[in-house]
Design a protein around this ligand. Structure first.
Ligand SMILES: O=C(CO)[C@H](O)[C@H](O)COP(=O)(O)O
Length: 262
């Protein structure tokens, strides 16, 4: 049977494969969460197995930790690592200034803590994640369960004074129950359609008691690696604005799936 890889999967895989080249032996690496980051973890696992790459990984979620161990990456805690050389993670949106919305996978709290502890955050994505202005993707806001409806009311009140195009708030669900993050919290998704001032919004949200962290990543991502399904990869360096275009070889999907165990 021929292994099938969707166009989106190919794009994510190429971004991950290129970003994996930044990882060198001896590094402490933050491992992101989501379907794009999973390709990265699999690529790094293959490098550990086949090339003797020696790294220590700090996962940003329980599910990424489980996958990292499964593919042979040594997993340590953030406190054991203290400082990381690099974090590679996916995103839900990125704008021309490399500001992000993350948290579609419900892991933005740990993702932001890990990214902030890293010398460099590299984001991997496919083209569908690019936007001129953030906000089409609902902005996740993690809140503690205690008094969460009161916190929601404070969020709604704060939004009135902010430059956004819509103000709907929904509680993220997992089946019939509120979604629970790895930290035991819940998530409100803010349907804003367009965020006029992401920095101001982020600061306003994080000042509300009960809010733990929002999904806006501002001035954190340094490099974005965007994959295309034909193997083209665009690397944008946010520090100097440099753009590099690369062409990676198409994988033999049967061999790739066997190698990466997908
Ligand atoms: O922020 C995230 C998880 O909290 C993910 O990076 C984001 O949701 C992108 O996921 P995917 O790579 O599956 O599109």
């Amino acid at each position: 049977m021929t292994a099938h890889m969707s166009a989106a999967d190919k794009a994510k895989y190429f971004a991950a494969r290129q970003a994996a080249t930044y990882v060198k032996s001896g590094m402490k690496v933050g491992l992101g969460t989501g379907s794009t980051a999973e390709w990265l973890v699999k690529c790094l696992g293959e490098m550990v197995r086949d090339e003797g790459l020696q790294i220590q990984g700090v996962p940003t979620s329980e599910r990424t930790g489980a996958l990292a161990r499964q593919v042979g990456i040594k997993v340590i805690t953030l406190d054991a690592a203290q400082r990381l050389d690099i974090t590679i993670d996916g995103t839900d949106e990125y704008d021309p200034d490399l500001c992000l919305i993350k948290g579609g996978g419900g892991a933005h709290l740990r993702e932001k803590i890990v990214a902030a502890a890293s010398d460099r955050m590299v984001v991997i994505a496919d083209e569908s994640k690019t936007v001129d202005t953030l906000g089409a993707f609902p902005l996740p806001v993690e809140v503690i369960p205690f008094g969460m409806r009161t916190t929601e009311a404070l969020i709604a009140a704060a939004l009135v004074d902010l430059d956004v195009a819509a103000r709907d708030i929904t509680l993220r669900m997992a089946g019939d129950a509120p979604y629970v993050s790895d930290e035991g919290n819940h998530i409100f998704d803010l349907h804003l359609k367009r965020i006029g001032d992401a920095r101001k919004l982020s600061q306003a949200l994080n000042q509300i008691p009960g809010v733990v962290e929002n999904g806006l990543f501002i001035d954190i991502c340094k490099v974005i690696v965007v994959g295309h399904d034909n193997g083209r990869v665009t690397v944008t360096d946010g520090t100097d604005g440099g753009v590099q275009e690369l062409q990676l070889e198409m994988p033999d999907t049967d061999r790739l799936f066997a190698d990466l165990g997908v």
